[in-house]
Ligand binder design. Structure first.
Ligand code: NAD
Ligand code: MLT
Length: 310
């Protein structure tokens, strides 16, 4: 049987090579929804990152499709209900980029605390404004982690090594694991008022949409710093903008946005906000891990097996 797989977002070459050993592979990135709908009928497998929107219309046009692989953790760009109705298996690579996203969060937190991007831009302009970039230490500060899954837990270990105090909220928290790590479990109502830094590591679902908004921000410490390297939409950007302008929130570090790229969002223009273009998983190591994982799962499924996280 000659299978055909479409790779519609940039994927590490190692994964594509594994697939090429098994079937025909087309790499076509940057397709519009209409372009994807026109060609998807030819393919047995589709591999994506977060760029391709695998909508109901795409799925409906996918007559031969048996597998959609998401080279990463979040599957919010794939219409899972539509895929399930068509009997298409959707699999992700949930662990391959955990450390990359965790380290990016740490880098964002440290950069936010010490104004590193702003200071870099200032030095580049020929300025030497040492007092304008007074920072704060991470040592002894309270880090509130909302969402204590893979990334949240790895981050907790590293933050504790920096001698931060770590508190966490997760409705499904593993209390034993939190205790072992030295993390205090709290409700959100308890966490918001005590944290100096708040970082979110949840999926974007109904319960987490705009979890950080004007009402919850009002309960936070004055001068809190907020980090989002999970999903845009967990924070209400317009409420965060207002809270920064009013001085309630000292700053924010954002890797993800309600709309990507965040062209219409005012928040990225604020001096107190540092931003990266959804780079959490962008390390050589993570991209290799997730590409190899989805390529192997794709082959397993097309051979008639089931997807397992390989
Ligand atoms: P995970 O599934 O291991 O952890 C998510 C945690 O969120 C779980 O423990 C879950 O119980 C918890 N949760 C669910 N609902 C919640 C709620 N209402 N309040 C608080 N916690 C809740 O996922 P992960 O691998 O740690 O990834 C976390 C997030 O980071 C995901 O949104 C993922 O897509 C995103 N991510 C982003 C990047 C990036 O490039 N920026 C990279 C990797 C992952
Ligand atoms: C993920 O959910 O894994 C991240 O968004 C990273 C990516 O864009 O692949």
């Amino acid at each position: 049987m000659n299978y055909k797989v479409l790779v519609s977002d940039p994927l590490a070459e190692e994964g594509i090579e594994i697939l090429r050993g098994f079937c025909e592979v087309d790499v076509r990135t940057g397709l519009s929804e209409d372009q994807l709908i026109k060609i998807i009928g030819e393919y047995d497998g589709l591999l994506v990152r977060s760029g391709t929107q695998v909508t109901e219309s795409v799925i409906n046009a996918a007559d031969k499709l048996r597998f959609v692989g998401r080279a990463g953790a979040g599957v919010d760009n794939i219409d899972l209900d539509a895929a399930t109705r068509k009997g298409i298996i959707v699999a992700n690579a949930p662990a391959g980029n955990t450390l990359a996203a965790c380290e990016h969060t740490l880098a964002m937190m440290a950069s936010l605390a010490r104004n590193i991007p702003q200071a870099t831009a200032s030095v580049r302009k020929g300025e030497w404004k040492r007092s304008a970039f007074m920072g704060v230490e991470l040592n002894d500060k309270v880090l509130g982690i909302v969402g204590f899954g893979r990334i949240g837990q790895e981050l907790a270990k590293r933050a504790l090594a920096l001698e931060m105090k770590v508190v966490a909220y997760d409705p499904y928290i593993n209390r034993e694991r939190a205790k072992e790590l030295g993390v205090e479990v709290m409700t959100l109502d308890e966490l918001f008022p005590v944290a100096d830094f708040i970082t979110v590591h949840t999926p974007l679902i109904k319960e987490t949409k705009h979890l950080i908004n004007s009402t919850t921000i009002a309960t936070m410490k004055d001068g809190v710093r907020i980090i989002n390297c999970a999903r845009g939409g967990i924070i209400n950007e317009s409420d965060l903008y207002d809270a920064i302008v009013q001085g309630k929130v000292a700053g924010a570090a954002l890797d993800v946005y309600e709309e990507e790229p965040p062209v219409a969002s005012g928040i990225i223009s604020l001096d107190q906000v540092i931003s990266t273009p959804h780079l959490g998983a962008s390390t050589v190591e993570a991209q290799l891990n997730v590409a190899v994982s989805v390529a192997k799962q794709c082959i397993e499924v097309l051979k008639g097996g089931s997807a397992k996280f390989v």
